[in-house]
Design a protein around this ligand. Structure first.
Ligand SMILES: Cc1cc2nc3c(=O)[nH]c(=O)nc-3n(C[C@H](O)[C@H](O)[C@H](O)COP(=O)(O)OP(=O)(O)OC[C@H]3O[C@@H](n4cnc5c(N)ncnc54)[C@H](O)[C@@H]3O)c2cc1C
Length: 899
């Protein structure tokens, strides 16, 4: 290597540093710079630091002074079948990933069309649809974890290798999709893989162009179950060829084929023997699928139920398509040539550029000071400005009202409030996004804390103010819901409840993908904000996975539009649709959100009884391993759960330990899924119980803690653990109940996805005595145990902000804290939560302090005698029963009152 060569533009000391970092043999002088071959993440980090010092760019592709290439070491691929995951170094070709997975019977969801010449790093940095996108989403949806070297050499990990990144603070997993290398160098990726089954290809011929093929396309996308891997139309010689690939278990693929035949036959299509041949057209646009018929493009790839990526060899065709169909140019290099400004509004494109700059080199020293001189005191002048923003009737400073808004559902003694300035100065009730933006502008200017609030059911103090200020009550008036059947979306203001949204969709034959079991009260914005798991997550992902577009109100009152209304946001720069989820009200307030909704078909719950709860493990694992059956929801309840309901005088089924598996979709598919599940359950000792029991449990899915009827605290210890450890973790919960001398409530929980399971073992707790607080030690105990299995406890709020340090490595946590400052430089968005649990005395609830306190609680709890709160309370609350019996005895007679 000769850095003194004339064509090397790097300073000799930079070259020498590179040689020292990676060895002389791995530094080659090229036209205008050097190419450095790296064999480890540490080397990438060293190169990044050198580049930063020399003020030049180091990147994997593009004409940069330092080009990074990956040695063989950085091309390794490891399949982890039990996690349904592939860990691949960034230099591996995607074909290598596909082949390695196939050897283990797995398939990658989204695959680049040119897999042999696309590396994992390139694919992860793109936000481009590929093969499999219609069924499994794009590259970003496959990410479990990315290891990334930022431009200053910091190495971060965005998620987890063997468990989903739910309730784990700012969602970094999907922000690198579409960054095209602008943020940093991706060094490895852990990707979701799926049981493969078989893949079969089908072709149909339709006379005419896209206009004539449209009826078939619209019918296919409205089918509740058809999910082709390939869904492509090619127009030539006066006809359109439709190519579809179906993947899964043979019987299901055969049914897909039969259903498709029928749809095509009814819509002018003829089955063909043609074999798909890739066609590549230079000019591309992303358009709403509703307008596909108006496009004159030569090819259309159907990306999802909302979006078509159309292409042609003529730019005029594409321009005409955009003019007639709406949509936008598909942007290859979003951050080059002012492209991003052409496809996003001013505020959103500016935000994307600023965010990219920040993430590349997270440094907030300057902006952190910008709020130093703010008064941070609420006064009459601010009151007047709020009145201007939302109207007199929607600004409330009355004492009782403020008291009502000073806490959430957390079952804490009133004394616990003393640690925080939790009584707000004022409660506002906006009804439009513009009003929320106006409130934020006032708060930003004066440094007043704003706590966004839904219906306060979370219980981690997320909606409890830590520094007085303004509570922004989203649920009261910001709750409109508009279902769009034609486009299969629901547009909903973030204060609406999930139940109201689900009801509105079901009335029109659709369901929302997933919702929390607290859906009668839980609001849209809050569940996005906590990135929670819930009912339907197993089939449709979490709330974020169903977002098409949203308004996001930033701390300074700017409003972003993260997507494109009724169309997917592919080839359009960073994926902001998912970025703000998990921020727990500390980064933004959600405005109106547009969700995908799904044709409902039928919903059929089944239930299987097992002698021991852990006996259900092989059935659960076999369901996950099946390439076609996909329950809407999998949940379980153990025998204690039912026994306590009976003891509380409630109706409960006569079962031991119940596995509830609920299917949804077109009836013939649901019947097939039921048949497979019956067979699996019978094989492993599960007895199917009457469907009325399953329906009862499904109907009661939002009343998990029914035994509370006896008037007692009932608290779940929520943890997530890798799905593969389900059976062992059941035992772990029972052991924990014993070790911690808990008053056992029962074990309930849900499967979240192929990698993740949510356990909610719950216990009864004395809410009246201060010592009742000690029972919380079980939550810490179980969180610690979950970590041993590769899991963790979930959510941070005001009380558990210290856990953030346990949930991610130090670099990633530091980045998240800086991200908070970048997003909220005046520290007005729910301060004292998530990234920094802070009491009013200025004592931070740091990880060290919290761990110490929680360990103390555990020790004391273990020394205390076992608890029998439930039994004791039943005796005490017998008076309730008498009162109920008395009420039943008295008959109300119209006009005569009670007799
Ligand atoms: C019986 C029961 C069952 C539950 N089941 C589940 C479950 O299955 N899955 C699950 O994940 N959780 C569950 N939860 C927890 C809780 O109900 C959910 O987290 C729910 O989403 C909270 O909704 P909320 O409107 O009550 O939010 P709140 O408690 O009011 O707020 C929660 C957080 O969201 C923030 N926030 C609220 N609105 C907005 C907004 N518009 N924009 C930005 N941030 C906002 C708040 O600041 C706070 O940090 C359950 C709780 C109970 C009591």
């Amino acid at each position: 290597m000769d850095c003194n060569k004339k064509n090397c533009e790097l300073a000799p000391d930079t070259c020498e540093a590179l040689v020292a970092a990676v060895g002389a043999a791995n530094v080659k002088v090229t036209e205008g710079g050097v190419t450095v071959t790296v064999c480890s993440t540490e080397q990438v980090a060293a190169v990044a630091k050198i580049a930063k010092k020399a003020k030049v760019t180091a990147a994997v592709c593009g004409n940069t002074p330092i080009t990074v290439t990956f040695s063989e070491e950085m091309q390794k691929v490891e399949v982890v079948p039990e996690d349904y995951a592939v860990k691949a170094k960034a230099g591996a070709t995607f074909q290598a990933v596909i082949d390695a997975a196939a050897a283990q019977g797995l398939i990658l969801g989204a695959q680049p069309f040119h897999a042999a010449r696309t590396t994992v790093g390139e694919w992860m940095g793109s936000n481009t649809p590929g093969y499999g996108s219609y069924k499994y989403g794009t590259a970003r949806d496959a990410v479990l974890n990315l290891e990334v070297v930022l431009k200053d050499g910091t190495v971060i990990e965005t998620g987890y290798d063997d468990i989903g990144a739910y309730m784990s603070a700012y969602n970094l997993n999907q922000i690198f999709a579409g960054s095209e290398g602008a943020i940093g160098i991706i060094t490895s990726a852990t990707l979701k893989a799926y049981p493969a089954g078989v893949t079969k290809s089908f072709a149909y011929e339709i006379a005419g162009g896209l206009a004539e093929a449209d009826a078939a396309v619209q019918a296919l996308i409205r089918h509740p179950n058809l999910k082709p891997m390939r869904f492509t139309l090619q127009v030539a010689d006066g006809k359109t060829m439709l190519f579809l690939d179906y993947q899964g278990a043979q019987a299901f693929v055969d049914t897909d084929a039969a259903e498709t035949d029928a749809i095509l036959e009814a819509n002018g299509g003829k089955k063909s023997d043609a074999v798909y041949k890739p066609a590549c057209y230079k000019f591309k646009a992303v358009i709403p699928i509703a307008n596909l018929a108006k496009s004159n493009a030569k090819m259309a790839m159907i990306v999802d139920r909302y979006t078509a990526l159309v292409s042609s060899d003529s730019m005029d065709d594409i321009k005409a398509t955009i003019e007639t169909c709406g949509g936008r140019k598909a942007c290859g290099w979003a951050f080059a040539d002012g492209n991003i400004e052409k496809i996003h509004d001013e505020a959103t494109s500016k935000f994307m550029r600023d965010l990219t700059g920040f993430l590349a080199e997270p440094n907030v020293d300057d902006i952190a000071k910008s709020g130093d001189k703010l008064s941070r005191a609420y006064n009459d002048a601010i009151h007047e400005k709020l009145v201007e923003a939302v109207g007199k009737d929607n600004v409330n400073e009355s004492g009782p009202e403020r008291l009502l808004y000073c806490h959430d559902l957390a079952p804490l003694p009133k004394l616990a409030g003393i640690a925080f300035d939790n009584i707000p100065d004022v409660v506002v009730r906006p009804s439009t996004t513009a009003q929320i933006a106006a409130v934020m502008k006032v708060a930003y200017k004066h440094g007043i804390a704003v706590t966004p609030r839904g219906n306060s059911t979370w219980g981690l103090g997320g909606a409890q103010p830590a520094f007085r200020g303004i509570v922004c009550d989203c649920s009261s008036k910001f709750n409109k819901i508009v279902v769009d059947e034609k486009n299969m979306t629901v547009k909903v203001q973030s204060g609406a409840t999930w139940k109201a949204t689900l009801d509105a969709c079901m009335a029109k034959g659709f369901i929302v993908g997933s919702y929390p079991s607290s859906f009668p009260a839980a609001t849209i914005g809050a569940w996005l904000s906590t990135n929670g798991m819930g009912i339907g997550s197993f089939k449709y992902g979490s709330a974020k996975d169903n977002v098409l577009d949203m308004e996001v109100i930033l701390s300074n009152g700017e409003v972003l539009h993260t997507g494109y209304g009724d169309m997917g946001n592919y080839n359009s720069g960073l994926n902001l649709n998912q970025f703000f989820v998990g921020s727990e009200g500390t980064a933004c307030i959600f405005g109106t959100v547009t969700f995908r909704i799904h044709p409902m078909g039928v919903i059929h719950p089944l239930a299987y009884d097992f002698e021991n709860l852990a006996d259900a493990n092989p059935v659960i694992q076999a369901i996950i391993a099946d390439p076609s059956i996909r329950p809407l929801h999998i949940a379980w309840s153990d025998h204690y759960h039912f026994e306590h309901q009976k003891m509380a005088g409630l109706h409960a089924p006569d079962v031991r330990n119940l596995l509830l598996v609920t299917y949804q979709g077109q009836e013939n598919y649901v019947d097939m899924e039921i048949a497979v599940t019956d067979e699996l359950a019978a094989k492993f000792g599960g007895k199917r119980v009457d469907d009325s029991i399953a329906s009862h449990e499904w109907d009661e899915r939002c009343y998990e803690f029914r035994a509370r009827k006896v008037g007692i605290g009932e608290i779940p210890a929520e943890v997530i653990v890798p799905a593969k450890t389900w059976g062992k973790f059941v035992d772990e919960c029972y052991t924990g109940f014993g070790v911690m001398k808990m008053d056992i409530g029962g074990i309930i929980g849900v499967m979240v996805d192929n990698q993740t399971t949510l356990f909610m073992p719950y216990y009864f707790k004395d809410d009246e005595m201060m010592t009742g607080m000690l029972a919380f030690a079980f939550n810490m105990y179980l969180g610690d145990r979950a970590e041993v299995y590769g899991g963790r406890s979930t959510g941070y709020g005001i009380f558990f902000a210290g856990n953030l340090d346990a949930a991610h490595d130090a670099n990633t946590v530091a980045l998240m804290r800086e991200l908070k400052t970048f997003l909220d430089p005046h520290d007005v968005m729910n301060p004292g939560h998530l990234v920094c649990g802070m009491t009013k005395f200025g004592i931070g609830m740091s990880h060290g302090l919290s761990s110490f306190m929680f360990k103390m609680m555990q020790t004391i709890k273990k020394l205390m005698p076992p608890e029998h709160n439930f039994e004791n309370n039943i005796k005490r609350f017998k008076f309730n029963k008498y009162a109920e019996e008395k009420a039943e005895d008295r008959k109300h007679v119209l006009g005569r009152g009670y007799e």
